[in-house]
Design a protein around this ligand. Sequence first.
Ligand code: ADP
Ligand code: ZN
Length: 732
Amino acid sequence: MLVRVAIDLALDRLFDYEVPKELEKKLAVGQLLSVPFGHRTARGFAMEIGDEGSGVRGQGSGGRSYALKPIEAIVDEEPFFSTRLLELVRALACYTAAPVESVLKAAVPAAVVKPNARAKELYFIEPALAPAPVPMTARRQWLYDQIVRLGGGWMQQLCRELKTTPASLKELGRLGLVTIAPRQKRRDPLGNMRRILPTKPLPLNGEQTAALGVISAATKPVLLFGVTGSGKTEVYLQAIAKELESDRGVIVMVPEISLTPQTVRRFASRFGDKVAVLHSALSDGERYDEWHRIRSGAARVVVGPRSAVFAPVRGLGLIVVDEEHDSSYKQDDNPRYNARDAAVLRGKIEGARVVLGSATPSLETWHNVSLGKYELAEMKCRAGAGTLPAVRLVDMSAPQRGDSSGAIFSHDLLDAVKLRLDRHEQTILFLNRRGYSRSVTCAACGATVDCAECSLPYTYHRADDCCRCHICGGWIPTPKVCPACGAPSLQYKGIGTQRAEAALAKCFPNAKILRMDADSTSRKNSHDDILSAFRRGEADVLLGTQMIAKGLDFPNVTLVGVLNADSSLNMPDFRAAERTFQLLAQVSGRAGRAELPGEVVIQSYDPSAPAIVAAARGDFAAFAKEELSVREECFFPPFCHLAAVNLRSKDLKLVSSWADMYAKSLMKVKGLTVSEAVPSALEKADGWYRWQVVVRSPSVSAIVKAWRWLLAQRPPPAALRAAIDVDAFNLV
Ligand code: ADP
Ligand code: ZN
């Protein structure tokens, strides 16, 4: 018997091994194996099992000879991947043109596969059932009585609580008064959260009832299109409860950034111990235990970011993808899969329902609804107490009265903030401008101070008076004179969150302001700390980047201000209008979530842009109609598949000539629309020159086939990196 194994090497090839007789009966596809590889032992997954003479033969690791080596051991007899999960893995590898090993790697946490991964075992002490009489000292008797009273406990914990030592406890064990045995101790990321009182299902309103009905009856994926605050989560919860009743498992996917304790609590407080979470902030031990709870069936509801789509849930009945439009579902490294699309595929393979939820669906999903591939459930009203906020557009190109802060804050917005301060209500201010804000420019010659490694201007940081590059992280002390012409005329341009914070503090010296951006949240947990402080009412204003735009629910926020609605509109990307609409709609959704009515002020230099007008009206359908007609005319997704061939090298001539050659070769393939090779919008990053070839076609497999063929014909030299990003999200 032979087995074909995927070893974590990203060589895009599998290796065959002999199966020793004694392992033949135990071997199954999807198991983790240890195998000899070169001079070491490697771990890998069993992908196919076959006999001599079947397809499985001849790709041994043994070099020239075809003598196959035997596998060493089956690490775990319980498969890590069911045959259906393996089918998903293979399909994604195919679709994204990634090695199957890289998809396997994305699918199981490293904490579960690594050689020293194991459950935590500690000594647990229990009173013996019928201890034989032994001589008792007073101290010994007291200890024994305490252990009986507590009903037992962990060795360490008892030592601490009873102020005793392991030696004294072991002595009780030797005397037969207690039993001491190793026992698995669960590392639980939810800890205390499991102990909160369970929430009861809310009585659903009409729209929610109808939506739940559509989901229960659906034979296709369902788009749950509900305005922010329409109660989508309650619908998910009740759909999940139905699955649990018939003993089916559930996966709930949420964007990593909204995987806050608040989100997790909503699921954990309804389903308690049945909930497992998987996300990047867990310790290795927690991840190990949660993953095993899922595989064993102890946990039935998995909440996690994109990788949760691979969770080894048995009897999968439902996958929920919340905020399905979110860009974090697309992995921007190998394998470049979109977890939302992977969820739809897994649902198909496993016969599970799929619900995609959003207040601002992606145009891909919306288009699939109009093609009849997906069903639609719509919720137009807010559930519970909230009402949709009133939205006001402020034209920033009209002259503003007053002081220098006029370029940042319109008087309309300042008046609105003041009103909230007077009423002790809270405000969120949103500056859709990370990165390139606040560049340093010379007034004499117009030069900007740029990072030498990347092609972008530095961002001025006031806190430590330096210029930082937001691409490579490099920094220089702020120059005193222009590096180009030497004039002492450097000025700061653009508005960053730090400058907005300073300007606001000047207008309202008594207001308490919290700032949230990549700089203020670099510390672990600082993200949650800032949000919790704001929720507790410790600040009047929360000022931040897109980090604050998503899924958060603050009852006391009645004003949301968008300082610069246009900045994302000017990005060189065909999705710029869609992103702008989504951002504005999501941010606006933060206002008036509870009893208090909300107001939204959107500042824009281009207030007649369709995306901004539609967002201000909250009119997704109108936006989608207009934008889809543009996409169709220009042959952009969802009317085609778009893949970016990304090339980079430290050698500009090398990368440009190869990009050109690849583009010209792809142009000869029938059925593909191929752009000229061009430098990427971010031309240079970290010292690497970046070029791009955009390929479009109605057929993904046509693109992938052509690219694989080309790579085999003209493999890139060592100094050149080449990768294809199928259904690319970011062209920058
Ligand atoms: P969404 O996920 O669509 O933005 P949420 O699920 O966060 O909306 O719901 C918004 C608010 O409405 C929450 O505070 C929630 O508890 C409340 N809510 C949802 N459904 C109901 C209902 N049927 N009755 C009363 N309140 C509800
Ligand atoms: Zn740089």
